[in-house]
Design a protein around this ligand. Structure first.
Ligand code: ATP
Length: 304
């Protein structure tokens, strides 16, 4: 597996407080990597360290094959675009002027691709409107456009959808997918909005108290989530009797409803119930989400 970023025992201390504690993280090339953790888990700290805004207390990381202790790391960090916390934009300037300023700061020789960049983030029609009159979603997209100046290979977005309305969330989601699919940009997104993250991420890193609890692919999350089918029958006591014989796990919800876990052979179950004079009235699969996976994981770590 080719990792564009890997960290090794990464630690960051603020006085005696360990914001990151031996963090180990691996981001494959082309991934949309969801960095998941509650408030204060250390997500922003990771992003700050990798972008070079802060230095680790100990441990190291390798970015595009270069270790952070190598002086060439500054050059490699130019391959990263980032929006950390709120986007740094000049509120009294238009979107195009903000971009021109960013191009000047980066020493980019020409403004020629600014119109294309504005189009990419959906701000091509903002004309003379100043950023202070933008919606939150527009400001966030301008922040991403600024991060894209210099055509980075990796984008780090810290809580990019916090506070956005549903339309704003969809726009950011579509933009991230487009950048990943069409421009092959590896994306790291920190978030605690799991439902939204699950529509985007190909990989996850679950972080708690500055430590990586688990790294897992989206596919693995899917297979790890226990399949659950909600079954409505005429009598759950009969269902329980049959499921015990078939050796299936279940939770009885009422006299007529139960959740059954695992891959149930539907026709075998229906026939077995019929023999006991019990009818199946309905069956539907429940979607066990990323959220329940996360809660189990965090719960597990706190119960240790
Ligand atoms: P949030 O979702 O709230 O942004 P986070 O996961 O991004 O949380 P961090 O901002 O990385 O968390 O902070 C991790 C821990 O380090 C927190 O307990 C925070 O209070 C602490 N911390 C962060 N920056 C500093 C600092 N400059 N000085 C002291 N403590 C800090």
């Amino acid at each position: 597996m080719e990792y564009v970023l890997s960290t090794n025992h990464l630690c960051k201390e603020y006085r005696h407080f360990k914001a990151l504690n031996n963090l180990s993280m691996h981001v494959p090339k082309g991934a949309i990597y969801g960095l998941v953790g509650k408030n204060g888990a250390g997500k922003t700290t990771v992003i700050r360290l990798i972008c070079g805004l802060q230095k680790p207390t100990s441990g190291n990381y390798t970015l595009y094959g270069t270790q952070n202790t190598d002086k060439r790391i500054l050059e490699v960090q130019r391959r990263i675009g980032a929006v950390v916390e709120t986007p740094s934009i000049y509120l009294d300037m238009t979107a195009a002027d903000n971009l021109k300023e960013q191009y000047r700061i980066l020493g980019l020789p020409s403004f020629a691709d600014i119109p294309e960049l504005l189009k990419l983030v959906g701000l091509e029609n903002t004309g003379k409107k100043k950023a202070k009159n933008f919606s939150l979603g527009m400001r966030q997209r301008l922040g991403i456009a600024l991060a894209l100046a210099g055509s980075p290979d990796m984008l780090m977005l810290d809580e990019p959808i916090n506070g956005l309305d549903p339309q704003g969330i969809i726009e950011i989601r579509e933009l991230i997918l487009k950048l990943n699919r069409e421009r092959q940009i590896t994306v790291i997104i920190s978030s605690h909005i799991l439902d939204e993250l699950s529509r985007l991420a190909t990989h996850y890193g679950f972080i708690d108290n500055g430590t990586m609890l688990k790294e897992i692919t989206a596919k693995e999350v899917e297979t790890n989530c226990r399949k659950c089918t909600q079954v409505t029958v005429t009598e759950t006591s009969v269902l329980a009797y049959v499921l015990d014989i078939m050796n299936f796990e279940y939770d009885i919800l009422s006299d007529t409803q139960a959740n059954v876990y695992g891959d149930i052979p539907i026709s075998v179950l229906v026939l077995a119930l019929e023999k006991e004079n019990c009818q199946v009235l309905s069956m539907h699969e429940l979607d066990e989400s990323l959220e329940s996976y996360y809660i189990n994981l965090i719960g597990g770590s706190h119960n240790e």
